[in-house]
Write a protein that binds this ligand. Structure first.
Ligand SMILES: [Zn+2]
Length: 119
């Protein structure tokens, strides 16, 4: 009985580990898109695969996409909270600049395709 329990635990752990690894690698293949919203309006979608700098809201915020991650590198907001936030790369992670009403969010391409259909 006990041996069977251990085998079961081992199998469950293996499944969990492979699911985690699959998720990790899928995330790292850079399938994500960066969604930029200003004042609740979508202003642009950018690929996480392409390294680039994005000027948001006529220059109030500057977003950098590098190595599959999006990072707010400059902002003219007084709190600078968005600049101090760590870079985001996983689906549904976001950077929010409250004073400038800027939202930067990561979405997987699969999800945005569903959005395109429903819109
Ligand atoms: Zn800010």
């Amino acid at each position: 009985m006990k041996k069977k329990d251990w085998i079961l635990i081992f199998v469950v752990l293996c499944v969990a580990a492979s699911a985690y690894l699959a998720h990790y690698f899928l995330r790292d293949t850079g399938k994500g898109e960066v969604i930029v919203e200003v004042n609740g309006k979508l202003t642009g979608t950018y690929s996480l695969n392409e390294d680039q700098e994005i000027t948001i809201n006529q220059g109030s915020n500057l977003l950098e996409i590098k190595n599959g991650k999006a990072n707010m590198i400059e902002a003219d907001c007084p709190d600078q909270l968005c600049v101090h936030q760590r870079a985001v790369s996983a689906s549904n992670e976001n950077i929010i600049c409250l004073p400038n009403k800027v939202v930067v969010e990561i979405r997987s391409k699969g999800e945005s395709q569903i959005d395109a259909v429903t819109n």
